[in-house]
Design a protein around this ligand. Structure first.
Ligand code: NAP
Length: 282
């Protein structure tokens, strides 16, 4: 299940339900979205722990940090990040992990990127996982740009403590271009563009080239203004649905181990695109 509030917009139940069609009917898992308010989170986690048939689940806004002390432990990566988007049953314990990180790593790998300079737009929950993936695990030289600069500075500080290199600056086009260099990766982890195909966090028109890679975590709409501007320059573009799908795949791995191999990223992407298109028709 997915715990969050609000939850109605989530594509995850439809994506996982399609993925689990690969299981035989007798042992097919189910996945539902549960709207859980912050006041109910503690009781909900206790309830899930008590039900042995619950193998795990996902957590989204606003619970990714609040759930940490309610779980029975975290894996090493989630400990470092301080945020959890996935939990897994180990006997009678629920252990937190973070599959947003392997989600981003998978799309970077597919784009053939493995280091250099990176610019991260945003300093919220999603940006935190991206910053660790980029600067700590992949050793990118990271610049974090955020509307509220103090939040970018705090995140950059956490990255240094974890052994990565990051600096912070205001959310401005000039700062992004300077930090990107000739070949860097730019990741949008702000919510700018969500629900608005004309809004972009910075102006990329004519500013990036086909040597850059631009990733937008926003997937509603799929083609954001930021991605459209980047695509027009020939940059490698990755949409938010690709990252979501890889995160889902990493979650399925965490829950089912070897049995997860029946599900491929392509199947998940196909399911995600179908659900996304159906939603657009409404
Ligand atoms: P969050 O914690 O609320 O952070 C929001 C970020 O957006 C903050 O950095 C905030 O800046 C910035 N922001 C919001 N409005 C802005 C504006 N008008 N101008 C400039 N900056 C603005 O949210 P989140 O959980 O990190 O999620 C961020 C986005 O990523 C959402 O669109 C979410 O749907 C998407 N997401 C996608 C995936 C995926 O798998 N594709 C996974 C997770 C999240 P301040 O600090 O200044 O407020």
């Amino acid at each position: 299940m997915l715990l969050g509030d609000p939850i109605a917009h989530s594509l995850s139940p439809a994506i996982y339900t399609r993925a689990f069609e690969r299981w035989t009917e007798e042992d097919r898992p189910s996945y539902n979205a549960w709207r859980v308010t912050p006041e109910r989170l503690s009781a909900t986690v206790a309830d899930l722990r008590a039900h042995a048939q619950v193998l795990g689940g996902n957590v989204t806004i606003p619970h990714k940090e609040a759930i940490v002390p309610l779980l029975d432990g975290l894996d090493e990566r989630a400990k470092q990040i301080g945020a959890v988007n996935c939990f897994v049953r180990h006997g009678d314990r629920l252990i937190g992990c973070n599959t947003d990180v392997p989600g981003l790593l998978a799309v970077l790998e597919r784009a053939g990127r493995n280091g250099g300079r990176a610019v991260l737009l945003g300093a919220g929950g999603a940006a935190r996982a991206c910053a660790f993936a980029l600067a700590v695990l992949c050793k990118y030289e990271l610049t974090i740009l955020n509307r509220t600069v103090a939040r970018a500075e705090a995140l950059a500080g956490a990255i240094w403590k974890a052994g990565g290199r990051a600096n912070a600056a205001p959310l401005q086009t000039a700062a992004a271009l300077h930090a990107l260099g000739d070949t860097g990766v730019l990741v949008n982890a702000t919510s700018v563009g969500l629900g608005n195909p004309h809004a972009a966090p910075i102006d990329l028109r004519g500013a990036v080239t086909n040597a850059h890679c631009v990733i937008d975590l926003v997937y509603e709409p799929l083609e954001t203004a930021l991605l459209a501007a980047a695509r027009a320059t020939g940059a490698t573009c990755i949409d938010g649905l690709e990252v979501l799908v890889e995160q889902a795949r990493a979650s399925i791995n965490a829950w089912f181990g070897d049995r997860a191999s029946v599900v491929t990223s392509e199947q998940l992407r196909g399911a995600a695109l179908q659900v996304h298109a159906r939603r657009g028709e409404r």
